[in-house]
Design a protein around this ligand. Sequence first.
Ligand code: APR
Length: 269
Amino acid sequence: MRGILKDCSEREKLRYYHGLLGEEKYAALREMILEASKAVFLGGAGVSTESGIPDFRSKDGLYRKKNRKFARYRPEYLLSNECLTGKPEVFFSYFRENLDCREVQPNDAHKALARLESAGRLSGIITQNIDGLHQKAGSKNVMEIHGSALRSYCVYCRKNYGPDFIFQSLDPVPRCPECGHMVRPDVTLYGEILPDPAYGDAIRILQDADLLVIGGTSLEVGSASQLAHIYHGKHMVIINKGKTKLEGKADLVFHESIGKVLKAVSDSI
Ligand code: APR
């Protein structure tokens, strides 16, 4: 494949890749991974749907879920700093009901990415997810740009608490046993800035990557699409059931199950 494309223009290369179908597309993705010196994965909630965690914006996503208790609130409000500070009982009731992923297990997508990393074929994972499933699958270099629901801390004395504290606390608003102030999840809520070092590390790893695989994300949220625009490396691949605004820029686009695509490719490497 490399020989065919050697003297082609970028536009001709894009047209060639966009013409690939079926097995040829899988073979091209496999070759891009083998050829890359620094491959990076950027993912979202669609990576975890095959583990049973709904994503946010798909037809059966969390933002479409009908629940009388929260019907009067916009979904983005329920996961905002404004709700946490203004209506903490509502925030924690929604968070406990919808974001408890402690018992969830990694799926083929998480496992394939962990295998690629341990084989030296993936330099890092940038995830918008807060479920910790990449680490559970064995991935080491995971940049959680929206934090993690498995971590929490006291807003006053900053004491750290583990994955169970918020979900096991019987108080409507979990309180720090040390100082009595609220214990909040270590996640980036709407209206909050993205956490360093995760976001800074994500920018740095993208700046010298030569393959970016984007998967399981609608790229609707600014943080992810800004990161995708920082990347200017050789190849971009999108694996996403729904359409995304970057498809014109990507060499390969798979509107398929991310678990299926990543497992097939990582099994062959
Ligand atoms: N395989 C491939 N793609 C999938 C799969 C799957 N098994 N399941 C879902 N998808 C795709 C959907 O088609 C959708 O386009 O994953 C995408 C998930 O998009 P969103 O629900 O918008 O989730 P995400 O992009 O992660 O949202 C980003 O928004 O509300 C905030 O903080 C929240 O981190 C979240 C952010």
